[in-house]
Design a protein around this ligand. Structure first.
Ligand code: S3P
Length: 173
């Protein structure tokens, strides 16, 4: 499949955007990138450190800047940080340069994926299903409004999720 625009993977922390993006990249033979990794590389410090030293607002502005940079690049697969779709400005930028794919999962699945993680500042001290559910419900309208394609991932491996995405893209044409 020849990509004519970017593929943006959005969705809650721990839904599997990064691992799905890697599988998709292999299957489509298209490069992939990850906005969190781009930011860490640029800032030479971890996401946790950026939040701690410079605050979330600073992180969000760097995140938006990554979309401007990506708009200049040839089409690739972009795994987005979980908060990317929360800013309308970011959604506009993603829609201008790509197809937005929203990966969904239940709070229980998310919890299983993130429970041992220490590098997600928003979940530090909040590592439980009720909190994840609450934040997910708050964010859901923004994710849904941003999405061109919805992919349910519960019970699927990243490899299977990548296949579902390819099928959905083929249907979209
Ligand atoms: C965030 C998600 C994280 C990272 C940062 C904030 C969020 O990315 O960008 O910790 O607001 O949901 P992942 O979705 O890759 O964990």
């Amino acid at each position: 499949m020849k990509l004519t625009k970017h593929i943006f993977l959005i969705g809650f922390m721990g839904v599997g955007k990064t691992s799905t993006s890697r599988e998709l990249s292999k299957k489509l033979q298209v490069a992939e990138t990850d906005t969190d990794a781009m930011i860490v590389e640029r800032e030479q410090r971890s996401i946790a450190k950026i939040f701690e030293e410079s605050g979330e607002a600073y992180f969000r502005s760097v995140e938006t800047g990554m979309l401007d940079e990506l708009a200049q690049e040839s089409p690739c697969i972009v795994s987005c940080g979980g908060g990317m779709a929360m800013r309308d400005e970011n959604v506009r930028k993603m829609k201008e340069s790509g197809t937005v794919i929203f990966l969904t999962a239940t709070p229980e699945t998310i919890y299983e994926h993130v429970k041992d993680s220490t590098d997600r500042p928003l979940l530090n001290g909040n590592m439980n299903v009720p909190y994840i559910q609450k934040l997910m419900e708050q964010r859901e309208p923004k994710y849904s409004a941003a999405a061109d394609i919805f992919i349910a991932t519960d019970g699927n491996t990243p490899d299977e999720v990548a296949d579902k995405i390819i099928q959905a893209l083929e249907v979209e044409g």
